[in-house]
Design a protein around this ligand. Structure first.
Ligand SMILES: [Zn+2]
Length: 1066
């Protein structure tokens, strides 16, 4: 249906066949028989369609009254009209039809009522491609300079989900808006193509016989192919969203030129002394002698570890612990073999700890004093089969300062403060800490500067570093556990052996357990960069501001960045190692040489060429002494280097990075670190953050819950088209714009449905306007501002305000505010007010009359600007509207037309426009009174009514009414037209009267703030058959006795013959 009608208000006009198609259904009215032929045939018509006969007051059908007026003495001819009436009834237009139906200027447009997005959106996209609109935009003048948004690369691993859609559409809205407001935009989409997940997909797709002969090079070729195919698929999806950019030349992290840019950053960081080789725990599979990633692990059900409870003897106690000289720290571990690598015991400073006296009654063990978490005392009592008596309680923090004797080496070792990972769910609440064998342990170790000891070789055997001759060579997955445990028992440090069944990681290929083991890795030193990174962050604008402090604590607390991975699919770390000593060779000469090779041949060259070819001149003679490294770079180093690749085209720093909130830990941060390391500043001026997509209950989308919504289904429709119809990309885009994206955003079928409804409403409002300006050429028939009726100037002023506010909202990236502003303007100011008033002059005035042309001038201007204002979001709808704009000045595409422009020469707001604003406030109380009158069945439509306004003489409103009564275009600005009734009068009063009692004759309302009482009565005179307005001059025109003089002028000018002639000649 066409928008623009206030709800529940029947149309002003329902003459003519076309009406039925475009107007809302008229509410069922009460009906009566036409008096002139009730004796002959029982036919009923709506009351509003009947007229009172001026002769006898009988209710007559309009056609019949015409007959009676013209052939008063020959009522028999009524038969002719009976035929007419019956024909109308047969067409389902009971009584609404009229001989004047073709004289009413109804909306006409080919612009489709339905979006039909599945077919139409691709057509519009083809249009953009054919006309090269994105390219044309770049060639235009850019009065506001350039705006650079650098795309964060999605991972080329599978189909796009809602998060991708949200992200890329937000970027596109910004780009389209910036382009419209005179900025040069250049958007280079990117993809992250290296890394383990892709490597794994390739491995999974291989048959076992192919896996056997798999070299790094073969695997890389397959991975590259997979990544490129995924990029292709994702690219098509992004383009289907209507996203614009250099999709033909995106940046891919696997491009040789990209790899070279990345290596240049690495080279600079080596030059700056930011890269070093250190040790860090990784999952290590002794069975396959390789490091593994989390994704390569399995956790079988039946693993049992030989867990032990042990006691470490304190050697130093803080103040307040006197009397506990023989205190011991009770610890628990499921991996006794890690005890030699123990470098601390950690407690949680937030937990409460107890010093207990343990007494064994059933055995001859000597009592001992142990420190345990208070929450575990009871449980330990049961486990140890001892009586534990609490002798002192203290907070974890108070234990700081305790030192103990290392159970294997005897070295004095500290107690340290750990984190939340220490709980009272199991163990003792004190955690044996071996930084070389655990991730949490490693982090605590970094904080306290503990040694990263890992005295275990590739096969899982203890090395000499284990510190005890008898342990060297023991295998940590076999005899090492019992050997260590026996040692503790010998030293009387063992409290309990207890097999423990839990989830433990296994190698997914060998099906054998893995260990955590520190191995040599390459690191980027954060310590050296931290203060510069934090300083660079100060210069960055965070949007929304609430995210300003998200990244800071992460950088403050960040340990060094491990940038090496033991994988094949990535950019190689161009390091060589001496065959004899393992000593690495990595310097700027080496990197620079390798970088040039890779820039030309891609990083496969690292695996293809000989060592001699890869080494620079000065090392070539000793090439035999080196082997190439097999580590590749962390993919965060890949994507964190993207600024260097796009620098040439986008410049640096760019204006904006825009990603999900997880990128404060990821891409925002890695990009910042590499850029600060090389350039000493951030790669971006501002960083914008959006939340995650969740369902309407705030839950993450997951297949198991079944709440996943696929962007492709939104656009193309799902299996069940009734439940999930094809809604098109615009609905997806409108959803993106209308959610407050700073926090998590909800989506569900219900939300989508109402979003679609909003888009449809906008479409239909636009369609209504298109239909009404189809015969109008603004260049030759437009009316200048100063000649417009006041109501037109008033709506222009309101629209200009809205477009300005929308621009402000877009500028602030508040797209939800922008869409709400537009929705409110089109519903309230446009649909319920202006279009409601406009229909009378659009349909019933003379085709080229001033009142109609002025309205068309305004409507065209509003539509053009409205279309521009929605184009960044609803790009397809906007272009669709644009292509249907009737002739007149217009650009080839809405995107070449720039942003909204003020109405030509609209200038200052005049006093009359303010008066109009005052008067329009009257519509509320008047509509209330009309509603009551309709409730009493006193009137059908507002045009059946006349209104009397009693207004306080000292009010602004009274002055406004007095002024408005003097303006030129009374046929538009007259009070009755502004109130949509047939007659309106006002009367000044000193004080507002009491409201009269409700009756069949009148209804009333009041508005004390406005200072008015409104009284509604039945309109005087007769209803005009053509315009439905009641006047006393219906019948004054002899040739057209059933219509008002205003209409008579119009139809005579149109050369419409008198209906009487038809009747007479019959
Ligand atoms: Zn009329």
């Amino acid at each position: 249906m066409i928008a623009g009608l206030a709800k529940d208000v029947p149309p002003l006009h329902s003459i003519g066949g076309g009406v039925v198609a475009v107007w809302p259904k008229v509410k069922r009215q009460s009906t009566k028989r036409c008096s002139s032929w009730r004796k002959r045939q029982s036919t009923t018509l709506p009351v509003s369609a009947l007229l009172h006969s001026s002769q006898n007051g009988a209710l007559l059908a309009p056609a019949c009254i015409g007959l009676l007026v013209g052939t008063r003495k020959q009522p028999a001819k009524c038969r002719k009209h009976r035929v007419l009436c019956r024909a109308q009834k047969d067409q389902g237009k009971s009584g609404d039809d009229s001989v004047y139906k073709d004289t009413v200027l109804l909306p006409a447009t080919d612009f489709s009522q339905r979006a039909n997005a599945k077919k139409r959106e691709p057509e519009l996209q083809d249009f953009w491609n054919e006309k090269k609109i994105y390219e044309q935009l770049q060639e235009m003048e850019h009065p506001n300079g350039s705006f650079t948004l650098h795309d964060g690369p999605p991972y080329a691993n599978g189909s796009l989900h809602m998060g991708h859609a949200l992200n890329k559409i937000l970027k596109d809205i910004i780009n389209k808006f910036k382009a419209a407001t005179g900025h040069e935009i250049k958007f280079i989409p990117g993809w992250d193509c290296h890394g383990l997940p892709i490597e794994l997909k390739v491995l999974q797709s291989l048959k076992s016989k192919d896996k056997k002969g798999l070299t790094p090079l073969k695997l890389r070729q397959q991975a590259a192919k997979f990544a490129q195919e995924t990029v292709k698929e994702q690219r098509a999806s992004f383009q289907r969203y209507g996203v614009w950019g250099d999709f033909e030349s995106p940046y891919l992290t696997l491009l040789p030129k990209y790899e070279a840019a990345q290596l240049r950053i690495f080279e600079e960081m080596v030059r700056g002394g930011h890269i070093y080789r250190g040790r860090k725990p990784v999952y290590w599979s002794p069975s396959t002698r390789t490091a593994l990633a989390e994704a390569e692990l399995e956790y079988p059900e039946d693993h049992v570890s030989p867990s032990i409870y042990a006691a470490f003897k304190c050697t130093q106690l803080p103040d307040g612990f006197s009397g506990f000289e023989n205190l011991e720290l009770a610890v628990w571990t499921t991996t006794p073999w890690t005890i030699p690598a123990n470098r601390a015991v950690a407690v949680n400073p937030e937990l409460t700890y107890s010093i207990v006296k343990a007494v064994w009654t059933e055995s001859e063990r000597t009592p001992r004093h142990l420190v345990v978490a208070s929450g575990l005392v009871e449980r330990l009592q049961d486990l140890l089969k001892a009586t534990l008596t609490v002798e002192k309680e203290c907070a974890g923090g108070e234990l700081e300062g305790i030192k103990y004797e290392h159970p294997i080496t005897g070295v004095e070792t500290p107690l340290v403060m750990g984190g939340d990972y220490i709980t009272t769910e199991s163990g003792t609440g004190l955690v044996h800490t071996a930084p070389g064998h655990g991730a949490d342990d490693y982090l605590v170790g970094q904080k306290y500067g503990l040694e990263v000891a890992a005295p275990v070789d590739n096969a899982g055997n203890f090395t000499e570093e284990v510190g005890l001759e008898s342990l060297v060579g023991a295998n940590v997955l076999k005899d090492a556990n019992s050997k260590v445990t026996d040692l503790l028992e010998e030293k009387n440090l063992l409290l309990l052996r207890k097999p423990y069944s839990h989830k433990y990681p296994y190698d997914w290929r060998s099906k054998k357990p893995v260990i955590t083991r520190a191995t040599p890795q390459w690191f980027a030193s954060i310590d050296g960069l931290r203060s510069s990174v934090l300083k660079a962050m100060d210069e960055v604008q965070f949007i929304p501001e609430s995210y300003a402090n998200r990244m800071r604590p992460m950088v403050e607390g960040r340990s060094d960045w491990c940038i090496s991975r033991q994988r094949s699919w990535g950019v190689p770390i161009p390091a060589f190692y001496r065959k004899d000593t393992g000593e690495p060779l990595l310097n700027t000469d080496v990197i620079s040489h390798v970088r040039e090779i890779i820039e030309e041949r891609g990083s496969n060259a690292w695996f293809e060429l000989s060592i001699a070819e890869l080494l620079p001149e000065q090392y070539r003679d000793s090439a035999d002494e080196y082997e190439r490294g097999t580590d590749t770079m962390d993919v965060w180093f890949d994507s964190g280097s993207s600024w260097a690749y796009v620098e040439g085209e986008l410049g640096s720093p760019v204006d904006l990075y825009l990603e999900g909130q997880d990128q404060h830990r990821g891409w925002f941060q890695s990009s910042l670190i590499t850029s600060v390391a090389v350039n000493g500043r951030a790669p971006y001026k501002s960083v914008m953050t959006h939340g995650f997509c969740v369902d309407e209950n705030g839950r993450k989308m997951s297949k198991s819950i079944g709440n996943v919504i696929d962007p492709r289904t939104i656009i193309e429709g799902g299996k069940n088209q009734k439940l999930e119809p094809a809604r098109g990309a615009d609905v997806l885009r409108f959803w993106v714009a209308s959610v407050g994206f700073a926090s998590d955003v909800s989506i569900s079928l219900g939300i989508l449905k109402s979003t679609e409804e909003n888009v449809r409403r906008l479409r239909n409002r636009a369609r209504f306007i298109l239909g009404n300006i189809h015969d109008f050429d603004v260049a030759t028939e437009g009316i200048p501002y100063e000649d417009l009726p006041v109501i037109d100037q008033c709506i222009i002023r309101r629209a200009e305000n809205v477009f300005d506010q929308m621009k402000e909202a877009y500028d602030a990236y508040s797209f939800s505010v922008a869409t709400k502003l537009l929705d409110r303007f089109t519903s309230v100011d446009l649909s319920s007010l202006y279009l409601d008033l406009a229909k009378d002059r659009l349909y019933t005035s003379g085709k080229t009359s001033h009142s109609r042309r002025s309205c068309q001038t305004v409507l065209r201007w509003i539509l053009v600007n409205m279309t521009k204002a929605i184009a960044p979001v609803l790009c397809h709808l906007a272009e669709d509207i644009w292509q249907f704009l009737p002739p007149g000045e217009k650009e080839e595409s809405v995107f070449l037309a720039g942003w909204c422009k003020p109405f030509p020469k609209s200038g200052e707001v005049g006093a009359r426009v303010q008066d109009m604003d005052n008067i329009l406030q009257l519509r509320d109380p008047v509509n209330q009174a009309l509603e009551r009158a309709r409730g009493n069945k006193m009137i059908g439509s507002p045009l059946d009514a006349q209104v009397k306004i009693m207004v306080k003489s000292d009010s602004d409103l009274y002055n406004a009414l007095e002024q408005m009564a003097k303006v030129e275009h009374q046929s538009v600005d007259g009070l009755n037209w502004l109130l949509s009734v047939s007659q309106a009068h006002y009367e000044a009063v000193d004080a507002l009267p009491e409201l009269p009692n409700e009756s069949d004759e009148s209804a009333s309302s009041e508005d004390k703030d406005l200072g008015v009482v409104v009284i509604v009565a039945r309109a005087a005179g007769t209803k005009c058959e053509r315009c439905w307005v009641h006047t006393t001059n219906v019948g004054d025109c002899k040739e057209h006795p059933t219509i008002c003089l205003r209409c008579a002028d119009v139809v005579q000018e149109m050369g419409v013959p008198s209906p009487l002639e038809t009747v007479d000649s019959a």
